[in-house]
Design a protein around this ligand. Structure first.
Ligand SMILES: [Zn+2]
Length: 323
């Protein structure tokens, strides 16, 4: 969701939108956590830091401009992992010998029918082979098409208990009329979804929503094994209580991903990690070019800690310290 944008160019300076301001901010705490986040990001996570700590909280106009609904070519990311979403929100297909696991389902049945499924077909993935749809969290832009995939292909839908409740409650604005999937598989922390010998490990990481699921699963890049980490709510919390839960979840996520050896950064909005742009590089890759989604374990860890510092910046901007 976004606030309506002014006409471009605005008629007068008086109509220019101001940058967001935070009258109650604890300036010293903002400075401290921003500095830590920036140091963690160094130069190789500048883009992710810029988005999460600076652009997203301060500049709605830029967020809406970058994270607009738009078609992008579906792209093979790893040997059996495909990007099948659109510019504003991600969806993935993980192919196995026994069927396909879809991760997130875009904004609604129309996008599932007219974007997600055609993207799969362009990649020669048969949508009738979808066995599971994992919903990373219960916001309409992620579960929107889940009921369509459930009804049409008999896919089993997986979400955490708290977000089944969220999906079945009233939805804001553009999602008010959206039908949720029928309640199906309830994921508990640490559960796995296994298909064709591949297990996607699910961790309940509350913060962005009460039942956000974060995923760890193996991928291969031209046969070489890597571990993908997809934090299901990297956009953060909305009030101080949920931001505090998010900080705790990120501390746990750092340990879980380090233990698993996660070295691949996936997100559920392309803008969070420049995924749309990285996909261009992949589609035009020369033999031997590095896969831009493989960032290495150290950099993944700094990414997670950076998200935690940006959440602390968010709290400090509300005038609330976490310590
Ligand atoms: Zn969300």
């Amino acid at each position: 969701m976004s606030t309506p944008l002014p006409a471009r160019p605005p008629a007068a300076v008086a109509d220019y939108p101001p940058q967001a301001s935070f009258p109650d901010e604890d300036r010293d705490a903002v400075a401290r956590h921003l500095s830590r986040a920036r140091a963690l990001a160094a130069t190789d996570l500048w883009s992710e830091f810029r988005w999460r700590c600076l652009v997203s909280p301060l500049d709605r106009q830029q967020v809406t401009g970058v994270q607009h609904d738009g078609l992008v070519p579906p792209t093979r990311l790893f040997d059996a992992l495909y990007s099948i979403g659109q510019n504003a929100v991600s969806a993935y297909a993980l192919d196995t010998a026994d069927g396909i696991i879809v991760i997130d389902a875009l904004n609604g049945p129309e996008e599932a029918r007219d974007i997600l499924v055609p993207n799969m077909e362009r990649l020669e993935l048969d949508p009738r082979r979808i066995r599971y749809v994992i919903v990373t969290h219960g916001h309409g832009d992620h579960y929107g098409g889940a009921k369509y995939l459930q009804d049409r292909y008999g896919a089993r839908v997986v979400a955490a208990e708290a977000d089944w409740a969220l999906m079945n409650g009233p939805q804001p604005g553009p999602f008010a009329a959206l039908a949720p999937p029928r309640r199906d598989i309830v994921a508990k922390d640490g559960d796995g979804v296994t298909l064709g010998g591949t297990t996607v490990r699910l961790h309940v990481t509350p913060g962005h929503t009460p039942g956000t699921l974060s995923l760890i699963f193996p991928v291969t890049d031209k046969g070489k094994r890597h571990w993908a980490g997809l934090m299901g709510g990297s956009g953060g919390g909305r009030d101080s209580a949920s931001i505090r839960r998010q900080i705790a979840s990120l501390e746990r996520w750092e340990k879980l991903t380090a233990a698993a050896g996660v070295d691949v950064l996936l997100t559920n909005h392309p803008a969070h990690n420049d995924a749309t742009e990285k996909q261009v590089l992949l589609r035009y890759a020369m033999p031997g070019d590095a896969n831009p989604f493989v960032i290495g374990a150290d950099r993944y860890r700094r990414f997670t800690r950076m998200l935690g510092e940006c959440s602390r910046v968010q709290l400090a901007r509300m005038g609330e310290g976490e310590e």
